[in-house]
Write a protein that binds this ligand. Structure first.
Ligand code: C5P
Length: 312
């Protein structure tokens, strides 16, 4: 009898509902203030684990991305649990890549969350967060889901209460924006004088979104001049009835928030965009339920999601 354990995971995308870059840090990364939010657009990841003496990781990835975060996550997770075996994965991408939607990071976090469970081992949240940080600045957020403030490199996370149900339209023009380059372009513009203002207006976004200031993504000021078509998408989203429209991450995807689904259908027609995705916000309870449903049968008497040993 084979002792292979299988799961099909959903790896949700994220939006940055607000994103301010304060300045360059001594470690080369930039100091951020951002609000992350998971959305219903998701990749699908089939994973099978068969215990064995040696670890092998096979990834059937339709796009065959070299040095894939998913494979790296699988090696890290097994090394950390001191488990070994054969990991077979098949990734079906729906989240546009290189668009600021966190697809690769979410896939990697899905592996970190699920593989220890399939291997019958336990990694606490602090250890998982360490592994996530090795993979990328956004990976840790997907251990949490829902809505959260990210500060520092983006890896210090503070859960926020979920807002009311929200529908959005994500438009992912096929424009490639290099994240390191976007940071390099933004860096010379970051002055200590503007930092305080950014912190105050970011705080007002976190406390009561939209009450005192408009949401912002600092990358727009360097990315839009290089890709005017993206600024045009933002204008079209606003003209089609979006209450807010913003780029996510360092781009190039943008999103518009709409009061209801009907408005989104109308907006879809008027935008005529072929890379447009109607989505809803995924709250933290829904995020956790989705995980619990797929992992439940493999969890034996232990708590999940993993808790931090520091949280008492
Ligand atoms: O951490 P991640 O691999 O996602 O970051 C990609 C690149 O973006 C980094 O190599 C760095 O150049 C830049 N970055 C940054 N500050 C951050 C996050 C990312 O400068 N807070």
């Amino acid at each position: 009898m084979s002792d292979t354990r299988r799961v099909r995971l959903r790896a949700f995308a994220k939006l940055n509902l607000d994103l301010r870059v304060l300045g360059k840090r001594s470690d080369g990364y930039h100091e951020l203030r951002t609000i992350f939010q998971t959305i219903s657009l998701a990749d699908s990841l089939d994973m099978a684990f068969t215990p064995g003496r040696k670890t092998t990781v096979e990834l059937d990835d339709e796009l065959a991305i070299p040095d894939n975060l998913v494979s790296r996550a699988a090696h890290l997770a097994l090394d950390a649990t001191r488990a070994a075996g054969r990991v077979e994965m098949r990734l079906t991408k729906r989240i546009p890549m290189g668009a600021g939607l966190g697809g690769g990071s979410s896939d990697a976090a899905a592996v970190l969350l699920a593989l220890p469970v399939l291997a019958g081992r336990r990694l606490d949240l602090a250890r998982l967060s360490e592994l996530a940080q090795q993979l990328g600045s956004d990976v840790g957020f997907f251990l949490l889901g829902g809505r959260a403030v990210g500060i520092g490199r983006g890896t210090e996370l503070f859960p926020l209460p979920d807002g009311p149900a929200q529908n959005a339209l994500v438009v992912a023009p096929g424009v490639h924006v290099s994240t390191p380059q976007a940071y390099r372009d933004l860096s010379p513009r970051l002055t200590s004088e503007s930092q305080q203002n950014k912190i105050f207006s970011f705080q007002s976004q976190v406390w009561g979104r939209g009450v005192e200031s408009l949401p912002r993504n600092d990358f727009e000021e360097v990315v839009f001049p290089q890709h005017p078509s993206l600024a045009a998408v933002k204008k079209r989203l606003l003209r089609s009835g979006a209450s807010e429209a913003l780029m996510t991450g360092s781009g190039s995807a943008l999103f518009g928030l709409y009061p209801d689904r009907n408005r989104i259908s109308v907006a879809l027609q008027s935008l005529g965009a072929d890379r447009a995705f109607p989505v809803s916000f995924v709250t933290r309870p829904r995020y956790r339920r989705t995980w619990w449903r797929v992992l439940e049968e493999h969890i034996t008497g232990r708590t999940w999601p993993p808790q931090s040993r520091y949280a008492r």
